[in-house]
Design a protein around this ligand. Structure first.
Ligand code: DGP
Length: 116
């Protein structure tokens, strides 16, 4: 088993640890963040264990597009009509702590800019 298949998110995909799953399809899973930074904080992940956007391959193009369109569905389901932020922390300086690609959806309050 490669290290990328053994993150906490792969355990969530395999239902080995619990999560509050809010959306699932053949390619993606979405669940609420355990340490929310906004009233709505949802993570969207591919079921394929890609490390991050920096290591994604050309063959992942359709999957990455699918994840971004999944953002639309999940944000609408969470009633984020006033807007939201989409974040992909990437690598050490990007603040990535779980090395399984994930998209943060943050909303439900005004989000200031720039981030820390
Ligand atoms: P990042 O810093 O971008 O790698 O964010 C990882 C996020 O994952 C962080 O906001 C906390 C969340 N997280 C870590 N472990 C778990 C877990 O076991 N369950 C859930 N729901 N979220 C987790």
């Amino acid at each position: 088993m490669s290290e990328t298949t053994d993150t906490i998110f792969s355990k969530i995909i395999r239902r080995e640890i619990p999560a509050n799953i809010v959306y699932e399809d053949d390619l993606a899973l979405a669940f609420t963040d355990v340490n929310p930074q906004a009233p709505v904080h949802i993570l969207i992940i591919p079921k394929k264990p890609i490390v991050n956007i920096a290591t994604a391959e050309p063959e992942d193009q359709a999957l990455l597009g699918h994840l971004l369109l999944t953002v639309q569905k999940v944000a609408a389901q969470a009633r984020l009509e006033n807007g939201y932020r989409v974040v992909m922390n990437t690598g050490a300086d990007g603040g990535q702590t779980v090395y399984h690609l994930h998209i943060h959806i943050l909303g439900g309050r005004y989000l200031s800019w720039p981030p820390g």
